[in-house]
Design a binder for this molecule. Structure first.
Ligand code: SAM
Length: 282
């Protein structure tokens, strides 16, 4: 069984050379070639044996191999057609466990393709990474989303904004939207030298696991509230929330001092205000 999970494969550098996969900046291509590092990333979601998984941007297939070695059944979406022959070799090496979709991850229905309870694992292209994350965080949540976890490589600055706690410069809308019904943490920092070619900045893998959503709170109200509050993050809430009908009343009902600034308001406090906002706006 173990041999089946670890077929012998050519080094990733040879795959890149054999298929002429020079990295394209426009496609956000920064490849990871260190297989030990890739195995550590694939271990972050926990045991994957027999579990469905979904990868965006497999490229030459480094992380793809690691996810397959961990035993998952993987669906991977790649936009760069040059990578398809290299990925076909992986499909052959892991029979029945990899399905590659040639296309744009922004247009693919991940839930339909990957199936319920899939682990999403990706070294994301920087140009679409945040948009994809917001899409996954906005999924139907009844009582949990279709995905079991998100294990995603981002530029460090984005990773810090996702996992940020109140009080610092990184804390904002992305932290609240990432944490109001999920746990989000930085699981691993990755030096820029680990990538080929190295990007300008450091990176980090974020691990997000969903929790049952707080009752009576809609994403729509939380989005409006955080957009208004962080739109003028240095201002007091009584100023920044003035234009959002019902928001100042909701603040008073929850007992939050309107002289506070958005960056001091905890995720649970935003959730409470959004709940009141929903009641009065309904
Ligand atoms: N997974 C590989 C690795 O870790 O070495 C490559 C990661 S590289 C940062 C991002 C990958 O996403 C590239 O293979 C790129 O072609 C692909 N990509 C870029 N935009 C995409 C999109 N909209 N949909 C699907 N794949 C995309």
């Amino acid at each position: 069984m173990t041999a089946d999970l670890r077929p012998s494969l050519p080094p990733l550098r040879d795959v890149i050379a054999a298929h002429g996969l020079q990295a394209s900046k426009a496609l956000g291509q920064n490849f990871l070639l260190d297989e030990q590092l890739l195995d550590r990333i694939a271990a972050i979601p926990g045991p994957l044996e027999g579990r469905p998984a979904f990868e965006v941007g497999p490229g030459p297939g480094g992380l793809t191999r690691a996810i397959l070695r961990a035993g998952a059944h993987l669906v991977a979406v790649e936009r760069d057609a040059r990578c398809l022959p290299a990925l076909a070799e992986l499909e052959a090496a892991f029979p029945g466990r990899l399905r590659v979709i040639s296309g744009d991850a922004m247009e693919v229905d991940a839930r339909a393709e990957a199936g319920e309870n899939a682990h999403v694992i990706a070294n994301l292209p920087y140009n679409v990474g945040t948009a994809l994350l917001i899409g996954w965080l906005s999924a139907d949540w009844s009582p949990l989303p279709w995905w079991s976890s998100l294990t995603l490589m981002f530029q460090m600055e984005v990773a810090e904004r996702i996992a940020a706690k109140p009080g610092g410069d990184h804390y904002g809308r992305l932290a609240v939207l990432s944490q109001w019904r999920s746990d989000a943490r930085i699981a691993m920092k990755v030096h820029r030298s680990a990538f080929t070619p190295p990007p300008k900045v450091m990176s980090a893998v974020v691990h997000i696991t969903p929790k049952p959503a707080p009752e009576g709170v809609s994403l729509k109200h939380l989005e409006r509230l955080t957009a208004a509050a962080f739109g003028q993050r240095r201002k007091m809430l009584r100023q920044s929330l003035k234009g959002l009908p019902g928001a100042l009343d909701a603040l008073a009902a929850v007992g939050i001092d309107p002289q506070r600034r958005a960056e001091t308001i905890g995720v649970e406090e935003f959730v409470e205000v959004a709940r009141h906002l929903g009641r009065t706006a309904a």
